[in-house]
Write a new protein. Structure first.
Length: 365
């Protein structure tokens, strides 16, 4: 076993050079590792090689590997206008490159099946595997396009599909979670249910984003980093969302409203701990956004309620406008702000009743 080094844009790469059963393996251990880390990572990979978890032997001289091709692929995504490259980069480095260390031309149909089987064995959900598989196929298709390989051997593999979730909180479940949650988690959940924002946007809100207008407070958000995960740049705050965002300690130097959580993933972890404590299964923080969307779609069925126009629902969810009319004219039309404010206030009334329902014992209790 030998560890070799090469200079890359990411720093000094450490490559393992290891022979096993007449096959040569040269996977990348990582970047800028110290000697102790190299030994640890090498030990892990040797165990995977011996247990058959890596897909066959290869040499670096045998052709371009996925690790070699990564930079070109990410540069192509950037040219396509993909603003958020962190997800494909993380998927590549954490899952795909370790699983496919051989040259791209040597990746076989069976290797793809083996990858899916292993990820399921590791406990990954089908939706997660489906997203990883999309990145894998995209990379291989680009490799075909630029003549790195002649064909994408994984194109015909039957892979998991990312099915649409329909999970939403019930009133009783939300009451249980409220009882187990901290004050700041309850406030973050209130913002999500009354603004429809994704977890990372709730986590990122700063006091300076709250602006006062004649009709009440609004939240002014930065433009989205990607088209896939859009957000409105200006949305009305109803009474519940505004109270949740202003109830904490006064901010110093415009610190994030929820600055107790050091990174955006900490919010989701706090939510998972609360749902576990409340014995509520399968409810993610993102499902609160689904409740928001569902209520907006349902408004108009109750007494004195007005139906919310479809373009208003799409705007508040951050979805891409369907055509030029929506993109340029409806959002600038007279009364647009009133439509947004009316939708937010009607949703607040529904949310208030939802809280009341959660505190009211059912007939079976």
């Amino acid at each position: 076993m030998v560890i070799r080094h090469r200079t890359t844009k990411k720093g000094l790469a450490s490559d393992l050079d290891f022979w096993w059963k007449k096959a040569r393996y040269r996977p990348c251990l990582g970047y800028n590792l110290d000697p102790a880390q190299e030994v640890i990572e090498a030990g892990k990979l040797v165990e995977r090689i011996k247990s058959g978890q890596l897909n066959g032997g290869f040499t670096r001289t045998g052709g371009t590997t996925m690790a070699d091709f990564q930079a070109s692929y990410l540069a192509e995504l950037k040219e396509r206008g993909v603003l958020d490259l962190k997800r494909p980069e993380r998927v590549l480095e954490s899952y795909l490159i370790p699983a496919f260390p051989q040259p791209l031309k040597d990746i076989k149909y069976a290797d793809g099946q083996a990858y899916i089987a292993k990820r399921r064995k590791d406990g990954a959900a089908d939706g997660t595997i489906a997203r990883e598989w999309t990145i894998l196929l995209s990379l291989l298709n680009f490799a075909v396009k630029v003549d790195e390989i002649s064909v994408n051997a994984l194109q015909g593999v039957t892979a998991p599909k990312s099915g649409a979730r329909d999970r939403m909180p019930t009133a009783a479940e939300l009451a249980q979670i409220d009882a187990a949650a901290t004050d700041r988690l309850r406030r973050a959940a209130t913002v999500a249910m009354n603004c429809g924002l994704r977890e990372e946007k709730v986590w990122a809100i700063r006091p300076s984003w709250i602006v006062q207008k004649a009709d009440g407070p609004w939240l002014q958000l930065p433009p989205p980093r990607s088209k896939k995960k859009g957000n409105p740049t200006l949305l009305p705050l109803n009474r519940f969302a505004y109270a949740a965002l202003t109830a904490g300690e006064p901010s110093q130097n415009d610190e994030r409203v929820f600055n107790e959580w050091s990174d955006k993933h900490a919010l989701g972890k706090a939510w998972s701990r609360a749902t576990d404590a409340a014995e509520v299964e399968g409810l993610r923080f993102h499902d609160l956004r689904r409740w928001f969307a569902s209520v907006l779609e349902d408004l108009g069925d109750g007494e004195e309620e007005e139906a919310v126009p479809r373009e208003v629902v799409k705007y508040l969810l951050g979805h891409q406008p369907a055509d030029t009319l929506e993109r340029h004219y409806l959002v600038r039309s007279k009364g647009w702000a009133k439509k947004l404010r009316r939708a937010a206030e009607q949703l607040a009334d529904r949310y208030q009743q939802f809280l009341i329902d959660g505190r009211t014992p059912s007939a079976s209790d």
